[in-house]
Design a protein around this ligand. Sequence first.
Ligand code: OGA
Ligand code: NI
Length: 331
Amino acid sequence: MEVERIQALASVGLDTLPAQFVRPSHEQPENSPAVEGVFVPVISLSQPHHALIREIHEACRDWGFFLVTDHGIPLELTGQLQEVGREFFRLPQEEKEKYANDPSRKNFEGYGTKMTKNPDEKVEWVDYFFHFMHPSGKVRHEIWPRHPPSYREVTEEYNKEILKVTEVLLELISEGLGLEKNVLKASLGGDQMELEMKINLYPPCPQPQLALGVEPHTDMSALTILVPNDVPGLQVWKDGNWFAADYLPNALFCHIGDQIEVLSNGKYKSVLHRSLVNKEKTRMSWAVFCVPPQEALIGPLPELINDQNPAKYSTKMYAEFRHRKLNKLPQ
Ligand code: OGA
Ligand code: NI
């Protein structure tokens, strides 16, 4: 099937944004501006443990979102990850199309552009590359970019590093919930817990004030850890307002996703977020989604429910949650 890629569309040098990208007025960035002068929480991992747990707890409770610094991932490695991703998107269009995914046939891995099922829905100004990264049994290296040749080595190295940080964060979040530190990872499948990579490419947009890169959504992951390039755009929703999560060099942008909201019985909220696009610059981001295996049963943790705090969410297999979310069915 022929899919119009945003990168190809942008390269034509349009003056006006095609109608399918024009958001309804209330969603347009200029009609829903972010609050100025407030910075999202920034948390250093190299601080005393009790202070760290408190900061994580407060950020998860109040924002569902925070930036992490002093995480130990070498700046050079993140730079290499970004370079190999940029290289892929620099390939000629016909080369990239060899990796095209097909969500309508449940082939989610590969090169994609979101298409809408309903013609009234608006399209997002983004192309992406999505693939599994961990555990090794789920990884299909044959569908990863073959160009540049270092893509695999760099991404595998990044996977090792981001897995360590993910595990540390899950321990800290567990402790913030007053649980033993291994509880969240164990609930997410233990060694079967999965990491997925999504590289987002937001080309320059002729009328960025009318469009969105990704529309407001929560991630269905447990936790998402994202690194952007230096073009701002990510915004998070808190108490009825948007807040810009501005670029901070070498910081990890951490989102609480739907699975932690469910496991925590709503103590921690899955953060609503969106991304804006830019008139001159290409924005990119590398999102790592930490998700349970499809067959994992996810529901409020027994430790967190009692007569005063009954379960607010049903327990179901992650596959079922995902099916409902993708098809916009109630959970
Ligand atoms: C996503 C997402 C935001 C960004 O891919 O789920 O929210 O900053 N991306 O690219
Ligand atoms: Ni997201």
